[in-house]
Design a protein around this ligand. Structure first.
Ligand SMILES: Cc1cc2nc3c(=O)[nH]c(=O)nc-3n(C[C@H](O)[C@H](O)[C@H](O)COP(=O)(O)O)c2cc1C
Length: 161
C-alpha cells in the first residue's frame, strides 16, 4: 500500500513554505509518498487523492490567508468525501502572540467539519507546528516531527480500514 500525503501551503515571503518542506521531509521518513504544493496551484478536487492533508498558512489578522480559505470553501463541492482522512495544520506569524495558534485551529475546525481526523501533540506545539518568522531550530525540529506523526497516523488509519 502506498500512502499519499499532501502538504499544501500559501506563503508570500517563504516562511510557511519552509515549514511545508520540512513537514514533507518528516513524512517521507515514514516511507509515504508526499506532495508539497502551493495552494494556488491546487484544484480543490485534488484533495480527494490523498490519505492525509496538511494545510499551512501565514497568520493574517489572526487567521489563515485568503488563498487557503478559498481552497477550503471550494471543497464544499465534495463535502462529506474527506470524511475519515487525516488532517493537520501549521502556521507562521510575525509575533509570538500574533495568532499562529488561532490560525492553526481555524484550519483544523474546517477539517473537523469535513469529518477529518487530526493528530495532536503532547510535547511541543500542541495543535500543529508554528513558527515566528523564519523557522528556527525549535520550529524546524517540530515540523519534521509533525510530518512523521501525521504520516504515522495515516498508516494507522488505513491499516484496518
Ligand atoms: C496581511 C498580513 C497580515 C498579517 N497579520 C499578522 C498577524 O495577525 N499576526 C502576526 O503575528 N503576523 C501577521 N502577519 C505577518 C505574517 O504572518 C508573517 O510575516 C509570516 O511569517 C509570513 O509568512 P510567509 O513568509 O509564509 O509569507 C501578517 C502579514 C500580512 C501580510
Amino acid at each position: 500500500m502506498m500512502w499519499k500525503i499532501l502538504v499544501a501551503y500559501y506563503s508570500k515571503t517563504g516562511n510557511t513554505k519552509a515549514m511545508a518542506e520540512l513537514i514533507g521531509e518528516g513524512a517521507r521518513r515514514l516511507g509515504v509518498e508526499v506532495v508539497v504544493k502551493d495552494v494556488r496551484e491546487l484544484k480543490a478536487e485534488e484533495l480527494l487523492n490523498y490519505d492525509g492533508i496538511i494545510l499551512g498558512s501565514p497568520t493574517y489578522y489572526g487567521t489563515m490567508a485568503a488563498d487557503v480559505k478559498r481552497l477550503i470553501d471550494e471543497s464544499v463541492r465534495f463535502h462529506g468525501k474527506l470524511d475519515g482522512k487525516v488532517g493537520g495544520a501549521f502556521s507562521s506569524s510575525a509575533n509570538i502572540g500574533g495568532g499562529n495558534e488561532t490560525t492553526v485551529m481555524d484550519i483544523i475546525k474546517a477539517m473537523l467539519i469535513h469529518g477529518m481526523v487530526v493528530q495532536g501533540t503532547p510535547k511541543g506545539d500542541h495543535y500543529g507546528p508554528v513558527s515566528v518568522g523564519k523557522p528556527d531550530e525549535r520550529s524546524r525540529k517540530l515540523c519534521l516531527e509533525y510530518g512523521e506523526r501525521v504520516a504515522k497516523l495515516v498508516k494507522k488509519m488505513t491499516h484496518a480500514a
